[in-house]
Ligand binder design. Structure first.
Ligand SMILES: Nc1ncnc2c1ncn2[C@@H]1O[C@H](COP(=O)(O)OP(=O)(O)OP(=O)(O)O)[C@@H](O)[C@H]1O
Ligand SMILES: [Mg+2]
Length: 395
């Protein structure tokens, strides 16, 4: 591990609550964050883990190709002789460039006492405010970052912890991700970690209900709620990011950090896997299901007769329940037979008229009606109707 104790120290212009200083290393400026002494006191922790969370969190963003500050863990001996592990974060501002945190932009939009816990609409307004100054779709990247924050359980993506870069106050771009120090259970102490590892229920309670830093309808919302009922652009980010997440790669990274205790490594890996399996994957599955429903839904705007209306209503409803389209067609056919005086020929003609599967394969309605007739109740209902139809036709 690199020792930065003897690196040249620069005058720092980095703000924020954690203890930090600036160094010149390998031709670049780095902001160095130390283990957080304030929270150390409040939490009776002999050692804080914000530095590890910063490094691991940033590396996970990088694995997913999201622009992020470069970091490395280093040893540093303080003037008081105490040696600690710090995280060095490369200054991403190019010469002449300034960072405008979102809370600065928000000052013209949000009441100052709301800035700490803005409403979801305020975030939209911030992007509207900067839209004309940007070439890229920064809002999409914001939602990509949101998905990864959900994965790493970031409790602190407030408006000061993301922002925009500009060198002329006219042209902006979204800054690389910075400040992931409050993720991955940085404030959970070893005793709590042991409890979480022993009792998965406690672990899931703590790690699956992490709050975002914005409100919806006046209440702070969780990552889980947002991901399971996502706004349009978050849906796109879920589809884009979740399939790229490779837990094995993340586990390897966590295992490579020997300075963490065995239990903390286990905790970090398990909590990431938990959020991935219980929140991110279900969110992706839900979107796929909704898309499938939308793709196969029969339009309800056309003028249908009584039989067709019953069939369409039952078909669209069954789409929500069954993945298999054949089951959906069977269910709708049964409904129309049970609730109207429809005979077999009529049900098949509805399928020919309304289902693309039947248009592509004209044996489809026959196959469906055969399966429908496996139900003895239906057979009984159809027997009389089909017989009188045959008589009408002189068969
Ligand atoms: N890599 C970087 N390059 C340039 N500026 C940075 C970088 N990382 C952070 N900053 C700036 O320094 C400030 C403090 O950094 P950071 O947010 O990581 O610290 P913090 O003490 O954890 O903050 P908080 O008060 O949110 O806990 C940021 O708000 C941002 O303005
Ligand atoms: Mg910060």
């Amino acid at each position: 591990m690199i020792d930065i104790t003897n690196c040249e120290q620069l005058i720092s212009d980095f703000e924020g609550s954690e203890r930090k200083f600036a160094i010149y290393y390998n031709g670049s400026t780095y902001m160095v964050k130390e283990p957080d002494p304030i929270r150390e006191k409040n939490n009776k922790l002999s050692y804080m883990n914000n530095t590890f969370s910063e490094h691991i969190g940033c590396r996970i963003f990088s694995m997913l190709n999201i622009p992020v500050q470069e970091t490395f863990l280093a040893k540093y001996t303080r003037p008081d002789g105490k040696t600690e592990i710090v995280v060095a974060c490369k200054d991403f501002r190019e010469s002449g460039q300034q960072l405008y945190e979102a809370d600065k932009i928000a000052k013209s939009i949000i009441d100052c006492n709301e800035i700490k816990k803005p409403d979801f609409r305020d975030i939209e307004n911030i992007f509207e405010r900067v839209e004309n100054h940007m070439a890229e779709d920064a809002k999409q990247r914001f939602w990509d970052i949101f998905v990864v924050d959900a994965l790493i359980g970031n409790k602190d993506r407030h408006l000061g912890n993301w922002g925009f870069l500009s060198s002329d106050q006219r042209h902006l771009k979204l800054a690389p991700v910075y400040d992931c120090g409050s993720s991955l259970g940085a404030l959970v102490d070893e005793k709590q970690i042991q409890i979480c590892l022993d009792k998965p229920g406690i672990m899931s309670n703590m790690e699956l209900n992490i709050m975002t830093r914005f409100k919806i309808g006046g209440k702070l919302t969780t990552y889980r709620d947002m991901l399971l009922t996502p706004p349009y652009q978050l849906k796109i980010s879920i589809k884009n990011i979740v399939p790229k997440i490779k837990l094995e790669e993340i586990n390897k990274l966590v295992d490579s950090i020997q300075e963490l205790s065995n239990n903390r490594r286990k905790f970090i890996k398990q909590s990431i896997a938990m959020r991935y399996e219980k929140i991110l994957v279900p969110a992706l599955r839900k979107i796929h299901k909704q898309e499938k429903i939308a793709e196969h839904r029969i339009s309800t705007t056309k003028p249908y007769n009584r039989y067709e209306t019953t069939f369409v209503t039952a078909y669209n409803k069954a789409l929500q329940k069954y993945n298999d389209l054949e089951l959906v067609a069977i269910k709708a056919s049964k409904d129309v037979i049970k609730n109207t005086r429809c005979d077999s020929a009529k049900v098949m003609s509805i399928m020919y008229d309304l289902l693309p599967q039947a248009k592509a394969d004209d044996t489809y309605p026959i196959k469906i009606i055969q399966k429908v007739k496996e139900d003895p109740v239906i057979v009984k209902q159809l027997a009389q109707r089909d017989k009188s139809k045959e008589q009408d036709l002189g068969l």
